[in-house]
Design a protein around this ligand. Structure first.
Ligand code: AHR
Length: 314
């Protein structure tokens, strides 16, 4: 009798939701798009980390379209997911959507980028400091040029947090040096094609980058596009102009080894573990997370390019 009772109990327990085996969380992730090598690596890391943890991940790619992204989040709310992670295309226009998630009792976490809505509408942001990245780039360039340099700037997607903050941080540093100034600045959408197109315009407008000593790009892919445009114009990126950017994707280290690029501030792409630690911790009852869980940055030059590629096995 005793054994039958135990067998029935075990069966009942196994059938109960969440009893015995942890019930897999369903998490909706609203990604920006696939505009850069960094973004693609970040998406792959999120999917792999979710699989490792047995998380049921609903993944949406907004293709840099903010309306499509908000729609995806509304879809997650309607699907009653356990939590929502958003990498917002732009900082503005999120309040209504975040209020809808709150009303539905679904916690929201921001990854990588920020919004300008009331912080009470999301649990935490897990991200690097984009302003610091701009300051690091400005300081490295000031030191490398002894504070005297005309710069052309490749900006990211208009209204996106990294664009706003990298620009601001960079300006905050170079404005301390009277002989450093941005002489041209235009967007490239964080893509290689965008960087190439905008650099071709800069080359035309400055008679082949005359009196320009550096190119500051908000991400590596735009800089790689710019390098291609400069080669096509018979110029010598990395020599006649210093080439500075952000992300630390494998191809920028290859460009450094080829002598075409000089510095990149690394934005870590393998941040899935930090994000899901916070999300699962919160779903498990933890309530002591700071509003901004900071991801550390790093800075690379040709001096450590080969070592980084070796470490990454790429
Ligand atoms: O939000 C981070 C930025 O978005 C990366 O620097 C860039 O590559 C991507 O488009």
């Amino acid at each position: 009798m005793h054994q039958i009772a135990i067998a029935i109990l075990v069966t009942v327990l196994a059938l109960l939701p969440g009893a015995g085996t942890a019930c897999a969380e369903t998490i909706g992730f609203a990604q920006v798009g696939s505009e850069s090598d960094w973004r693609t690596a970040f998406s792959a890391d999120m999917k792999a980390e979710a699989a490792r943890r047995g998380i049921h991940l609903l993944f949406s790619d907004a293709d840099n379209n903010i309306e499509r992204q908000r729609e995806a989040v509304r879809g997650f709310i309607a699907a009653h997911v356990d939590a929502i992670v958003i990498a917002p295309v732009v900082v503005t226009g999120w309040t209504e959507t975040l209020q809808a998630a709150k009303a539905a009792g679904i916690p929201v976490f921001l990854a990588d980028r920020a919004v300008d809505s009331d912080p009470s509408l999301f649990v935490a942001r897990i991200a690097a400091d984009f302003n610091l990245e701009g300051r690091l780039a400005g300081a490295w360039l000031a030191q490398s040029t002894r504070g005297s340099c005309n710069i052309v700037e490749l900006q990211g997607t208009a209204g996106a947090e990294p664009t706003l903050q990298r620009h601001k941080g960079f300006l905050a540093v170079i404005s301390q040096f009277p002989n450093m100034r941005i002489v041209r600045s235009a967007g490239g959408e964080f893509t290689s094609d965008g960087g190439k197109r905008t650099m071709a315009e800069f080359i035309r407008a400055t008679d082949g980058l005359k009196n320009v000593c550096a190119v500051w790009s908000h991400n590596d892919n735009m800089l790689l596009g710019a390098i291609a445009a400069m080669h096509e114009a018979g110029l010598h990126p990395g020599h006649d102009q210093l080439m500075v950017s952000v992300d630390g994707v494998p191809d920028i280290f290859r460009a450094m080894l080829a002598g075409d690029a000089n510095m990149s501030v690394e934005l870590k792409a393998d941040i899935g573990k930090y994000i899901f630690d916070v999300v699962q911790g919160y779903l498990g009852g933890r309530r002591d997370y700071s509003k901004w869980v900071l991801i550390p940055s790093d800075l690379h030059t040709p001096a450590d390019a080969a070592a980084v590629l070796g470490r990454r096995g790429s």
